[in-house]
Design a protein around this ligand. Structure first.
Ligand SMILES: [Zn+2]
Length: 184
């Protein structure tokens, strides 16, 4: 039972059995069958299901946890005396499912924030290199039209964006083939 998708993440709750097998969702048409149960599968080291699945009674699960298709798993929430057990089909009580949902939400939030930090740092690095390249192109005689065309923006935008830092000689006709005048 998925909580939905956010980018590369899709979260769900699952019951956990004493041998490490986990519930893989309800058994569709057998939902109301007295012999129905939850499909239990073992997980490999990366948390992916492997081996054959077997049907188990969800009520013997030792607990449950939140999980995500990206491989993240929340901590095991052990069934306590106070907790209502999962039902035969591995369905958790709403309050338990809600608590697991918030753990998954926090997982997605922290991963997304880390990406924002990482990408912002990369973007800042690229912006710096871009400015350096623009200034070099200016010193080598490129016009704002040349730079606008190269950056797929208008001449005006190129000028607004980089002219403050521009050190190219501001002489009419400055440009191609003209030697940079020595600074006095
Ligand atoms: Zn995830």
């Amino acid at each position: 039972m998925s909580w939905g998708e956010v980018g590369d993440h899709e979260g769900y709750s699952r019951v956990v059995f004493v041998d490490g097998r986990v519930g893989q969702g309800s058994l569709g048409l057998l939902m109301r069958s007295p012999t129905g149960g939850v499909m239990a599968r073992a997980l490999d080291a990366e948390g992916r299901p492997h081996g054959t699945s077997e049907i188990r009674d969800g009520r013997i699960a030792i607990g449950c946890r939140a999980a995500c298709v990206c491989g993240w798993q929340g901590p095991l929430r052990e069934k306590t005396d106070g907790d209502e057990a999962a039902d035969r089909w591995g369905q958790l009580p709403d309050d338990v499912d809600d608590a697991l949902f918030w753990q998954w939400q926090e997982h997605v939030r922290s991963v997304a924030l880390a990406s924002v930090g990482d990408l912002a740092a990369k973007a800042a690095g690229i912006a710096k290199r871009l400015t350096a390249a623009v200034l070099e192109a200016r010193l080598a005689g490129s016009s704002w039209s040349d730079l606008g065309a190269a950056a797929s923006i208008s001449r005006q935008s190129a000028h607004e964006r980089w002219s403050e830092q521009d050190k190219a000689p501001r002489v009419a006709g400055a440009g191609r083939g003209r030697r940079r005048s020595a600074k006095s």
